[in-house]
Design a protein. Structure first.
Length: 374
């Protein structure tokens, strides 16, 4: 279950995330339930964007709420939203540590270095670097195998697309995003070998107007189904406006795109967060690296739109079950090798990528129309 991520994302991610900027942080917290007789564990959460109705931050806040639901008056949570990566993050994390929080979750890659810096000064506080890869005795790291959900969404997109052309609005060309684009494309091409995926890079995680413009541009290029790796619901809203189809990411977005959404790839953090807070409470917390996916319940595909036939839904859910059982691997080649979109063989026939090359992925698979900036 626990994997060593120490080599992952090092070069591409650091520069890519340096530019994320958000407005001033907003503090909020919940009080322990009435009737508490024991001192509750104080758990802090730092969010890189506003808490919107869906998206990356929403899923982590749902995880925080799951901790409260599971532990009741045994926990007191605090969250801080709209915290820019860098100096602002260090200040907020340090403030949480200084005000008695025993465990602090920092779910953004750009929070990794600030978390490590603060952790040095607070050795008795536990820190959880979500999407980070560096650990120390009081800093754990965790991430999810988002690409597993992307492959499943690709199957749905491949079955539903009439043009055989999908779009993908992406933040930065870091391994996590490249994994997702490639898995989505492989999923599409598993049911439509001629399918193509056109990629637009934004070089930002959360910019709704920019996300919307990219989606609209793709819809003008024969794209009838779209996926995205950004932080808002803007792409889903654009698909709804244009009468196109979209794959929701992070959260179920049917409220935004009731007609557009065909399926959602959702991240489930509640069980992990609850387990880690409970470990602090029990005195059993230990630093570790977790890279969990469908098997661990951290990635789930579902929330199908009404236009998706039952047969397609069943096909996707059967594939999800196979991934959870270890019978289906998105990055396993069949009788033919998997090549990148420049013709180089990346996965030999009949073989699967191990975790190390997946974590360091820096190429785009055949079928993707786009390039990786190097």
């Amino acid at each position: 279950m626990y994997k060593n991520l120490a080599t992952a994302l090092r070069a591409a991610c650091v520069s890519a995330l340096a530019g994320a900027v958000f407005i001033s942080p907003v503090f909020s917290q919940t009080a322990p339930a009435k009737g508490s007789t024991a001192e509750p564990v104080k758990a802090g959460f730092v969010y890189v964007s506003p808490i919107t109705e869906a998206g990356w931050t929403r899923q982590h806040d749902e995880g925080r709420k799951a901790v409260e639901a599971a532990l009741g008056n045994q926990v007191k949570t605090t969250f801080v939203e709209n915290v820019a990566e860098g100096a602002d993050a260090e200040r907020v994390i340090r403030d949480l540590a200084a005000t008695g929080h025993q465990i602090i979750f920092t779910p953004s890659f750009g929070y990794m270095e600030p978390t490590l810096k603060v952790a040095q000064d607070y050795p008795h506080v536990k820190f959880e670097s979500i999407t980070g890869y560096k650990t120390t005795p009081n800093v754990a790291a965790a991430n999810a195998r988002y690409y597993e959900g992307r492959y499943l969404a690709g199957i749905a997109a491949g079955r539903m697309s009439k043009t055989g052309v999908a779009g993908f609005v992406a933040g930065f060309p870091i391994p996590e995003v490249l994994q997702g684009i490639n898995a989505f494309t492989l999923g599409m091409r598993s049911v439509n070998p001629q399918a193509a995926v056109k990629v637009v890079w934004l070089n930002v995680w959360f910019d709704p107007p920019k996300e919307r413009d990219a989606a609209m541009a793709l819809f003008n290029q024969d794209v009838d189904v779209i996926a995205f790796h950004t932080g808002s619901t803007a792409v889903m809203a654009a698909a709804q406006e244009r009468g196109k189809m979209a794959v929701a990411y992070h959260s179920d977005m049917r409220r935004t795109g009731p007609d557009a959404q065909i399926v959602a790839v959702t991240h489930q953090w509640g069980s992990y967060y609850t387990e880690r807070v409970r470990a602090v409470q029990n005195g059993t917390w230990k630093s570790a690296n977790l890279w969990g996916g469908v098997r661990e319940g951290m990635i789930r595909v579902g929330d199908f739109g009404t236009r998706v036939p039952a047969a397609v839904q069943q096909e996707v859910l059967a594939a999800q079950k196979a991934i959870g059982a270890g019978k289906l691997q998105p990055f396993r080649a069949g009788k033919a090798p998997v090549r990148d979109n420049e013709g180089q063989e990346r996965i030999p026939a009949g073989q699967a990528l191990s975790d190390a090359p997946i974590l360091q992925m820096n190429w785009l698979v055949e079928g993707v129309v786009g390039k990786v900036a190097r």
